[in-house]
Design a protein around this ligand. Structure first.
Ligand SMILES: Nc1ncnc2c1ncn2[C@@H]1O[C@H](COP(=O)(O)OP(=O)(O)OP(=O)(O)O)[C@@H](O)[C@H]1O
Ligand SMILES: Cc1ncc(C[n+]2csc(CCOP(=O)(O)O)c2C)c(N)n1
Ligand SMILES: [Mg+2]
Ligand SMILES: [Mg+2]
Ligand SMILES: [Mg+2]
Length: 319
């Protein structure tokens, strides 16, 4: 910075430009087969490859103690990382859990957290293989997940081709609806609130989609349109979503009516369901549990029914 120049803040850069500038500073050795930029990395080893990913979960930012139990937070912390492994087409194998919290926190909360982590790992066929503990003023979790590609190439964000069909496995907008209902203090929406507390990613379908020939895939953590935007940018294509193909059930409709919002906004921009969205060549029938929601076209960016997405945007940590 020269004299008088103003250094940009993190908010000025935004989450994704910050990541771009950070990762540009890291040299990449030949051990890194897939480096920063996808849902997970793939590292080489003489006796195989391993898929690795890490995500933070912070009190106040990702969960609140009055909205979620320790067990809920354990489920969510595991799910958000195991889903990134599945999004590479890999089978999750292990989890490492960094945990820090204040000394006055009930030990029972931390043990319930461990129970949630274990139960969510069991859903994915993985287990907690290690971690670390420290103290902090509020609860912080740094979770790392590993996975096995079983000899297949990883499914990257960069492989989508014009003509591919976009398929979705799992709900979109449910976790966001649950968060909105908690924020508004509304009772009686346990099903949607549960989606915020304990997302249920379809782990098994990651390897299934990979084996079926998926050309690109990611999990929906920040919002369907934004996350498909990463696939569009990495692949150099346009992704067109058909809004009528998004399943917006009666509970989503009535919750949205109760709050006076458009449920399509939740479906397009709501994060944290950790559903899987993938691109398949048009000749490949979508596996059971996968719903066609759009197509890959020449061009760039994401469109919804031919238009730029309207309504709320996806999640950005510095907004
Ligand atoms: N501080 C960082 N240093 C190095 N790489 C990073 C850093 N932050 C993010 N990345 C990398 O950037 C890519 C995108 O990260 P991002 O967190 O957006 O992906 P994600 O985990 O799929 O999304 P989400 O965090 O919403 O679940 C990943 O490959 C990630 O490893
Ligand atoms: C208390 C509270 N307030 C807001 C939210 C919503 N939220 C937080 S992070 C995120 C996107 C994914 O994060 P990341 O990119 O870190 O994986 C979303 C939608 C929440 N879960 N809890
Ligand atoms: Mg992801
Ligand atoms: Mg991440
Ligand atoms: Mg993630």
């Amino acid at each position: 910075m020269g004299p008088g120049a103003v250094s940009p803040t993190l908010r000025d850069l935004g989450e994704f430009e910050l990541i771009r500038q950070l990762t540009a500073r890291f040299a990449r050795t030949s051990d890194v087969l897939v480096g920063p930029g996808d849902d997970a990395a793939v590292l080489a080893a003489a006796d195989g490859r391993v898929v690795v990913t890490t995500d933070l979960l912070l009190q106040g930012r990702h969960f609140r103690l009055d909205w979620s139990s320790g067990t809920d937070v354990g489920h969510k912390a595991a799910a958000q990382n195991l889903a990134d492994v599945a999004a590479m087409g890999a089978r999750p194998t292990g989890l490492f859990v960094g945990f820090a919290g204040p000394g006055q926190l009930d030990a029972a909360w931390a043990l319930a957290l461990a129970d949630g982590l274990a139960a969510e790992c069991a859903r994915a066929g993985a287990s907690v293989a290690g971690g670390d503990v420290s103290s902090a003023d509020s609860i912080m979790l740094g979770v790392t997940a590993l996975g096995d590609l079983a000899g297949r190439p990883p499914v990257l964000r960069s492989g989508a081709r014009p003509g591919d069909v976009v398929v979705l496995a799992g709900p979109v907008g449910h976790a966001e609806a649950g968060l909105a209902l908690l924020t508004a203090g509304r009772d009686g929406w346990e099903d949607l609130v549960a989606a915020h507390r304990r997302p249920r990613p379809p782990y098994r379908l990651g390897p299934v989609l990979a084996a079926a020939g998926a050309t690109a895939m990611c999990d929906v953590s920040d919002g369907l349109a934004q996350d498909l935007g990463h696939i569009a940018a990495a692949s150099g294509v346009r992704v067109e979503i058909r809004s009528a193909a998004l399943e917006i059930g009666p509970r989503m409709r009535s919750a949205a009516a109760a709050l006076g919002v458009d449920p399509l906004g939740w479906a397009l921009a709501g994060g944290e369901d950790h559903s899987l969205v993938a691109c398949l060549p048009p000749t490949v029938p979508p596996p059971a549990g996968c719903v066609p929601i759009g197509t890959v076209l020449l061009g760039d960016g994401v469109t919804v029914d031919g238009q730029p997405p309207a309504g709320p945007g996806g999640w950005n940590h510095f907004d």
